[in-house]
Design a binder for this molecule. Structure first.
Ligand SMILES: [Fe+2]
Length: 403
């Protein structure tokens, strides 16, 4: 066998990275490459990832072993490097032979199988480090893979990224959403309007403060959910209203400033809980959590900050004074020129942002104008999958620094 036609346990294409050594150490193998990189691999994990030898189904590239079948009887009889630099293992229990793609093994050694891989790292920003929103060509986004990937990558780096020059027809965001992933539906619908004809403000049909002409302070949408929507996309179809500037602040930077400069407020906002409550007719969404939800290690930051739906402090009464003081401090920081960028929506703009990281808002509208945004949400999982696929494809033709 040449080695180069070895199937990996997934459907991606890996560069051929020949291994040069394999040493056995009990139930582990230490696999080595010429540049000194090594991978210490556990035998049962290797057996689970044997393509076509009972570990991974070649058709689905999914694992076949029920964990109950993984016993110590599955031992390595022999492990060698073949002529092409692939790992070959003979298994003692059933005599099965398995060959492992060395490029696939190396991507594990490099840690590129971790969820954070193929996605840019977060770059927190303030108004002094970023003077305007990163902007990409909206006229190219549906057809050009590089523009699409660059726009999404900036959404992970900076939490916010804008397309300018998109079509202004009301269905464009349906096409754009289809390119990104499954839309997260809510009680506002899959694709919803923020449409504040000033003459309609106060109409009984408006079901959110967003649908009035009021100022909206820095906030995140739908903190009333166990998992608030991951990314939010706002497409500007018309903006003839005076005022109404859109504001964005990087919650990651605000949280870091709070931690460094006001540790007592940071402690209060990361531990004391609030009940967020949608009060619309016919719905009763509610969730209790801290305003700054750090989650478990590696989980995305989740800010819950939308005062129109913050219903009740969920804490001991004695904690309420410090909770309110901390919340006020956090909101003043987020609303300060130190963190906030203000920009006008231009028809044809689409601003995509991390709804759990970026604190977005808008100024109040002046009278006599029409403003129509159309929005949708897509959860983090779906956008991450899409950006990984896009970056892996581009990396095969032009290696990038995205890891
Ligand atoms: Fe909002």
């Amino acid at each position: 066998m040449s080695g180069r036609d070895v199937a990996a346990p997934d459907f991606y294409t890996y560069a051929w990275e020949p291994i040069v050594s394999v040493e056995r150490d009990g139930c582990f193998l230490t696999i080595g490459w010429a540049d000194g990189m090594t991978l210490r691999a556990f035998d049962l994990w290797l057996r689970e990832n044997a393509v076509g030898a009972g570990g991974v189904d070649p058709a689905t590239r999914e694992g076949l072993f029920d964990p109950a079948e993984l016993t110590d009887d599955i031992a390595i009889e022999s492990a060698t490097v073949d002529d092409g630099g692939a790992l070959r293992i003979r298994w003692a229990l059933d005599g099965a032979d398995a060959t492992y793609h060395p490029g696939w093994l190396r991507h594990v050694a490099q840690g590129r199988h971790h969820p954070g891989s193929w996605i840019p790292s977060m770059s927190p920003w303030t108004s002094s480090t970023m003077s305007d929103l990163p902007t990409h060509d909206g006229s190219q986004v549906l057809g050009d893979d590089e523009t699409f990937a660059a726009w999404l990558n900036d959404m992970f780096r900076f939490g916010v990224s804008r397309l300018r020059g998109c079509p202004v027809d009301a269905d464009f965001n349906v096409s754009l959403a289809a390119r990104i992933g499954a839309v997260r539906d809510t009680n506002f619908g899959a694709h919803w309007d923020v449409k504040a004809d000033v003459s309609l403000a106060g109409d009984a049909l408006t079901n959110s403060t967003a649908n009035t002409n009021r100022r909206l302070g820095p906030h995140t949408d739908l903190p009333t959910r166990e998992t608030p929507p991951g990314f939010q996309f706002l497409h500007c179809i018309a903006n003839e209203a005076g005022g109404g500037f859109s504001t964005m602040a990087d919650g990651a930077a605000v949280v870091e400033a709070l931690r460094a400069e006001h540790p007592e407020h940071y402690e209060a906002l990361t531990t004391l809980r609030w009940v967020f409550f949608n009060r619309g007719p016919g719905i009763d969404h509610r969730w209790s959590a801290p305003m700054i939800d750090l989650g478990v290690e590696g989980a995305p930051l989740t800010l819950r900050a939308f005062y129109p739906v913050r219903g009740f402090p969920d804490m001991e009464p004695d904690d309420m004074p410090r909770a309110y003081a901390a919340m006020a401090c956090f909101s003043r920081l987020a609303d300060s020129d130190r963190f906030k960028l203000a920009s006008a929506f231009v028809p044809g703009d689409v601003v995509g942002f991390d709804n759990r990281r970026i604190l977005h808002g808008r100024d109040a509208f002046e009278s006599g104008g029409h403003r129509h945004l159309r929005g949708f949400y897509i959860d983090h999982d779906d956008v991450r999958s899409t950006v990984r696929v896009a970056n892996r494809r581009l990396d095969q033709t032009s290696p990038t620094s995205v890891s």
